[in-house]
Design a protein around this ligand. Structure first.
Ligand SMILES: [Zn+2]
Ligand SMILES: [Zn+2]
Length: 579
């Protein structure tokens, strides 16, 4: 490490990156004087700067900009702010309507500051490294369109993304992580492995599960169904469109309208696509009189819900407009709350472990102090006690709770360390009250039940997307849509290979046969790119002996031929052990 780099070591990364955004804007001013700079913040892992320019920036432009940026960094310009007046700032940026707009909007009484490096001055409230030399390594990563202030009625700008680090070693490690993340991108793998598709003719954010993806979904659903039976849940099915009146009662229209689609009118009555399954399950609870002897009641549904997301934020399976939750609502007495909550949290923990997520994080989202009630306190206490009794460390997201109460989110880290939110277990005293839910107590009087909302996988779409990225598409044998492909060496073994496939299928395994006329090497390469756990080679000696030669994914050692029955035992054992 150079002395200069050492001196700057302590600069926080966001300040370093914000400084890099200024350096980028300076470089753009030098090389593309026609471009108007607008704003340039630090973001997670890097920074961007938006420019108004008629001609698109090319990859070659980015390379030239990087070269110029390194010169500006090497010049080690000091970043000192100078105060100015609003009029002074407007005069300074009079050729740039974006900066003028920003200068006009700075609240009265707040300081207005200009930061200059070399021959470039920017309007900025500060938060930089002391000098440009603090940037140890920088790279421009991409260009994308972005509307001024994120509003599609405004001009389209060009956003140049970059990343900056204290050292080249850190930058190299980051770029390697990005490359690995791209290889695992579930949108790319979803197409390559034939798992799911999004069709333009149907609209964005709406998922079509292809046959192979649907097999994996079935395995996830079966796992969850087994758990439901063990814990005495009852499965129910509720409608996708419901009278708007229901969402008035539930408070969704008041608190959650931004996430809902507009009304559908049928015979003068307004309906809505459901954004959550809770109101439907509540109506089932309310459809009969309930006694304390009936509780707890646990209703579960693979419930498909529809939530509005801006088209610009849609992302493969992880940000969609329609998805299916493995949802359940538990209705219990206040005395039962703690034990029900703890058992439900255990279900969520068991699910993430079974699907291979070892690194789990628990987040308690509380209700905003401004709207907190006594029952929120009770609900939070139940969650805290559950976490303490399981010795689970957790963090707190103040104000992040649902509109009806606090919640526990279960976040997993995938194979390359990225965090994803999956399951959630929430306590609710509000909806029982809004719907006037009752049960007859042992004292003969009416009481209000408490509700627990829970989804273990969360959304099946999102859970599948995270699974694809976690495994990089190479699902363990118990989850793989195709577990084994029987590959004849020549057409003479096709009949034998087909018979082997049929035996595997009869044993409950998911097997295919390769009927192509390609050479063996080509066939093996093809099935490897399809990430199939086993390729079973069948040549003349195998056909004569009733064996296959297993080629196991991730194991390049050549295995000897084994009897078909022995292979069936091996694979069934892996399925039973869920590996
Ligand atoms: Zn700045
Ligand atoms: Zn719910």
């Amino acid at each position: 490490m150079t002395a200069a780099a050492h001196r700057h070591e302590q600069v926080p990364l966001d300040e370093l990156r914000h400084t890099a955004a200024h350096v980028l804007a300076y470089a753009v001013q030098d090389l593309f004087p026609d471009a108007k700079p607008t704003i340039g913040p630090a973001i997670a892992d890097g920074f961007y700067y938006d420019f108004d320019r008629a001609i698109p920036f090319t990859p070659e432009d980015l390379e030239r900009l990087e070269v110029r940026m390194r010169e500006i960094i090497a010049a080690d310009y000091e970043m000192n702010g100078e105060r100015t007046t609003r009029e002074g700032a407007i005069e300074r940026f009079k050729g740039n309507p974006y900066k003028v707009e920003l200068a006009r909007e700075i609240p009265e009484g707040e300081p207005i500051t200009l930061y200059t490096i070399g021959a470039f001055t920017d309007l900025c409230r500060g938060g930089h490294a002391k000098t440009t030399g603090a940037i140890g390594a920088v790279k421009l990563t991409s260009v994308a369109g972005a509307y001024w202030r994120g509003d599609e009625n405004n001009p389209m700008l060009q956003r140049i993304y970059g990343t900056a680090w204290h050292t080249q070693t850190e930058l190299d490690a980051y770029l390697l992580r990005i490359e690995e993340a791209q290889k695992r991108d579930h949108r790319k793998l979803g197409a390559e492995l034939g798992l799911f598709t999004v069709e333009e003719d149907a609209g964005g954010g709406l998922i079509f599960w292809l046959p192979k993806g649907t097999i994996v979904r079935g395995i996830i659903e079966n796992f969850i169904r087994e758990g439901l039976a063990e814990r005495g849940y009852q499965q129910v099915v509720t409608p996708h469109i419901l009278s708007e009146r229901l969402f008035e009662i539930s408070g969704h229209l008041e608190n959650y309208a931004h996430g809902m689609y507009g009304p559908l009118e049928v015979e003068g009555q307004r309906f809505r696509l459901k954004p959550m399954n809770c109101p439907g399950h509540i109506l089932i609870y309310r459809s009969e009189g309930r006694s304390y002897r009936d509780l707890p009641l646990r209703y579960a549904e693979f419930g498909t819900v529809y939530r509005f997301e801006r088209s610009g934020t849609l992302h493969g399976l992880t940000r969609v407009r329609g998805f299916t939750q493995d949802d359940a609502h538990l209705f219990c007495t206040p005395e039962q709350l703690q034990s029900e909550y703890e058992q439900t949290a255990d279900e969520a923990i068991r699910l993430v472990a079974a699907f291979g997520f070892g690194d789990v994080e628990y987040v308690l989202s509380t209700r905003d102090p401004g709207v907190r009630t006594d029952t929120d306190e009770i609900a939070e206490e139940a969650i805290r006690k559950a976490l303490a009794s399981r010795k689970l460390p957790y963090s707190i997201d103040p104000g992040g709770g649902a509109f009806y109460g606090p919640k526990l989110d279960i976040n997993v880290h995938d194979a390359i360390g990225r965090a994803w939110q999956l399951g959630t277990v929430q306590v609710d005293f509000v909806l029982p009250q809004r719907f006037d839910l009752k049960y007859r107590g042992s004292d003969g009087a009416d009481h209000m039940p408490v509700m627990i909302h829970r989804a273990l996988a969360g959304s099946l779409e999102r859970f599948f997307g995270v699974l694809i990225e976690h495994y990089g598409g190479a699902f363990p044998a118990w989850l793989a849509p195709v577990q084994a492909v029987v590959t004849p060496i020549s057409e003479h073994q096709l009949e034998y290979a087909t018979a082997v496939r049929d035996r595997l299928r009869a044993a409950g395994l998911r097997a295919e046969v390769d009927t192509s006329n390609e050479k063996l090497g080509y066939k093996i390469r093809h099935w490897k790119t399809q990430k199939v756990p086993y390729i079973l080679v069948a040549g003349r000696s195998e056909a004569e002996a009733g064996t296959i030669a297993p080629n196991e994914r991730g194991n390049d050692e050549k295995r000897p031929s084994i009897p078909v029955e022995a292979f069936i035992d091996e694979l069934r054992d892996r399925v039973a052990r869920k590996v």
